[in-house]
Design a protein around this ligand. Structure first.
Ligand code: ATP
Length: 421
């Protein structure tokens, strides 16, 4: 198989193609092999736009230095495993790695890495669909090298592991498998599915560090088909391994998806809302265990526990007939947007209306007076300031105060009636 420049042009900008071609030239002049590799080639064949560029070479550190001299590069960042990220002045970046083979000293450990040939390098990868190479030097530009049947599996839509220890050496591949399956609507090769199930049943996922589990789970939650991936993680027992005993049902997911479709809130990935859905029927101790295994941050854990503890009460209170705005405000003030949108899916029409009132209006209401203004009124500093300012905010939330002058008048009124504080 050969990919033409015309086809590549549809997926990669002229600028990116130029950079790749220059890189190929530098490698060829140094007598070294150099290819696009892995997910990059998979995505070229699948015609996925906006492709991440990964390059593999048999080159050495000297090549990396040559590259940074000859290409106009802003920065070259070396990282673990003989890889480097080239950051170009226009903001584009690509990863270049020295071909390597990996040895796992024990299951789930990070691999020990040795330099190797390109041929060895593809064998360390996760699935056949991710083992393809594409030439980028003059002599083989666009040529696909397929050592392990990757093209056929892409064409048939099959996810196939490379060997029987794959999910034992590295159980993060279980998450990756579900991601690729749902992203591309592929299916598992039967033997691969058995190997995954066996690794899950044997408890290998638990042996991964929380950081690695977190990374994989969050990547899954960021996928467009995160709902299907979560259902897979639940059905296959992965979530159980992470402490969530109850199997998930689709209903909360569906409601939540409907809600976020209706709102155009940008820059929001909703991971925390999705974690709330995953943990909503779990017991407190299970949520704690899950949080530990997944390496959740303290603020994330506290919102999971807070809504586990008070979510139902909050929604019930928000459904009460006469509820002043200040009560709504203080009820929701500490809940981040992901929690609010999660609660939108749980409540009654009235509670939903009030959450929206808070979201669109109340949360941005600020008072005009500050501590200095209280000082000018001759009020002695101390915890009383906080109380007074809160009282002013309450009044403003309830629509009573329209200007700074009115706020000051209000303060004057209440400081002579301390019982109101
Ligand atoms: P995505 O589109 O989600 O980024 P990708 O396949 O490009 O998918 P990367 O994490 O960028 O994923 O990895 C690039 C390549 O490195 C993969 O295509 C695969 O060949 C290899 N790879 C990544 N993670 C693993 C792993 N855990 N085990 C084996 N090979 C891996």
């Amino acid at each position: 198989m050969r990919i033409s420049v015309k086809e590549l042009n549809k997926l990669l900008s002229e600028e990116i193609l130029k950079k790749i071609t220059s890189l190929g030239e530098i490698c060829m002049n140094a007598g070294l092999q150099c290819y696009l590799v892995g997910g990059t080639v998979r995505d070229v064949i699948l015609k996925v736009p906006q492709i991440d560029i990964d390059i593999v070479t048999e080159g050495n550190d000297k090549l990396f230095k040559d590259v940074s001299k000859k290409l106009i590069i802003k920065k070259i960042a070396f990282s673990q495993f003989n890889t480097a990220k080239l950051l170009f002045k226009d903001g584009f970046s690509l990863d270049i790695a020295q071909a390597r083979k990996e040895i796992y000293p024990y299951p789930t450990s990070l691999p020990v890495v040795r330099r190797s040939s390109i041929h060895e390098d593809v064998k360390r990868r996760d699935f056949t669909i991710n083992t393809l190479l594409m030439g980028i030097t003059k002599k083989d530009f666009g040529k696909i090298y397929d050592y392990l049947g990757g093209i056929e599996d892409i064409e048939k839509g099959i996810i196939r592991a490379l060997h029987k220890n794959s999910f034992i050496d590295d159980p993060t591949r279980i998450f990756r498998a579900f991601r690729f399956k749902e992203r591309f609507s592929f299916r598992f090769d039967r033997e691969t599915k058995n190997l995954m199930d066996n690794s899950i049943k044997a408890g290998y996922i638990k042996k991964l560090t929380p950081q690695r589990i977190r990374r994989e789970l969050f990547l899954s939650l960021k996928e467009a088909n995160w709902d299907k991936i979560i259902m897979n993680l639940s059905r296959s027992g992965v979530l159980k391994e992470l402490g969530i005993k109850q199997k998930m049902t689709r209903s909360s997911i569906t409601t939540f998806m409907r809600i976020i479709r209706n709102f155009n809130v940008t820059n929001q990935n909703w991971e925390l809302s999705k974690l709330l859905i995953i943990t909503e029927n779990a017991q407190k101790k299970d949520i704690k265990a899950f949080s530990q295994k997944v390496g959740l941050r303290r603020n994330e854990v506290s919102i999971l526990l807070e809504l586990r503890r008070n979510g139902k009460i909050i929604v019930k209170t928000l459904s009460k007939k006469d509820l002043p705005n200040n009560k709504i405000y203080w009820l929701l003030e500490k809940i981040p947007i992901e929690g609010l949108f999660y609660l939108l899916g749980k409540g009654t029409p009235l509670s939903r209306k009030r959450i929206m009132l808070y979201f669109n209006n109340l949360k941005d209401i600020k008072i005009n007076i500050k501590g200095d203004d209280l000082k000018k009124l001759g009020i002695k500093g101390g915890p009383i300031y906080k109380k007074i300012l809160q009282k002013v905010l309450d009044e403003k939330l309830n629509g009573e105060l329209k200007s700074k002058k009115e706020e000051i008048e209000f303060v004057k009124r209440i400081i002579y009636k301390p019982s109101q504080l």
